[in-house]
Design a protein around this ligand. Structure first.
Ligand code: SF4
Ligand code: SF4
Length: 231
């Protein structure tokens, strides 16, 4: 702003504000920010259930035309939690944005979710650290709808949300590892282009959800939101 780098989320609009989000300094800051996010989240979009056109993270990466990821993705020690009947939580894919916590604490006021950012490996916690099943979670689904990636994901989307998502893990994992290695030599853009095509193919098949449908109707619904859609 006015030639100085400022975080967008700290800005208040005002008359005469001079904002340039495409200067070299801004672009470098955006790349650094996204790199730090991708250090926590593995991109495998074409084989990911969440690449339905509404994945905020995928769409941001595609829009930014990131040439290469500088900080490699680092796996975390916690296991994926499948214990709720309607949704899963995958700490390995969680970018710790806190949206789910905000929805649970301050919108639904159920006060189940939290994140201890001082922990060695922060993750979303249910009632301070129990399994989802048996916690005070009422399965309202609000957290899942605000999650910008596949960290919180409806079970009805797993595993067959896209043409390649249902392939067995023993096939999927080597494929992801191969594409990641390729990405470092040919850049991310061609890989991203494939996932954008995959998004378009899936969108034709998507049945739009009923926004306030009860949990029992979580059937063919997928997260809805803005357009776009990496491997
Ligand atoms: S589609 Fe979204 S959630 Fe899935 S790997 Fe890509 S960025 Fe991550
Ligand atoms: S909204 Fe999703 S990515 Fe963000 S902290 Fe919650 S589970 Fe993690």
């Amino acid at each position: 702003m006015d030639g100085k780098p400022v975080r967008g989320c700290t800005l208040t609009t005002q008359e005469g504000l001079n904002v340039n989000s495409q200067s070299a300094t801004s672009r470098a800051a955006q790349q650094e920010g996204m790199d730090r996010v991708l250090n926590r989240h593995e991109l495998y979009c074409t084989v990911c259930e969440h690449n339905t056109g509404d994945c905020t993270l995928h769409n941001a990466v595609a829009d930014m035309h990131i040439p290469i990821q500088y900080y490699p993705y680092e796996r975390k020690p916690s296991e994926k939690d499948h214990s709720n009947p309607f949704y899963t939580y995958d700490p390995d894919q969680c970018i710790l944005c806190g949206r789910c916590v905000e929805a649970c604490q301050n919108v639904e006021v159920n006060e189940t979710l939290s994140i201890d950012y001082t922990a060695e490996h922060p993750r979303v916690l249910w009632d301070g650290g129990t399994q989802i099943a048996g916690s005070s979670c009422v399965s309202c689904g609000h957290c899942v709808t605000v999650c910008p990636c596949n960290a919180l994901l409806e079970k009805t989307m797993q595993p067959d949300a896209g043409p390649f998502t249902a392939m067995p893990e023993k096939v999927k994992r080597p494929m992801i590892d191969f594409v990641k290695a390729l990405e470092n030599s040919i850049s991310m853009e061609p890989i991203t282009a494939i996932s954008v095509i995959d998004t378009a193919l899936r969108k034709a098949e998507i049945k739009k959800p009923k926004p306030f449908a009860p949990i029992a109707a979580w059937g063919a619904a997928s997260k809805s939101g803005p357009e776009t859609g990496i491997f």
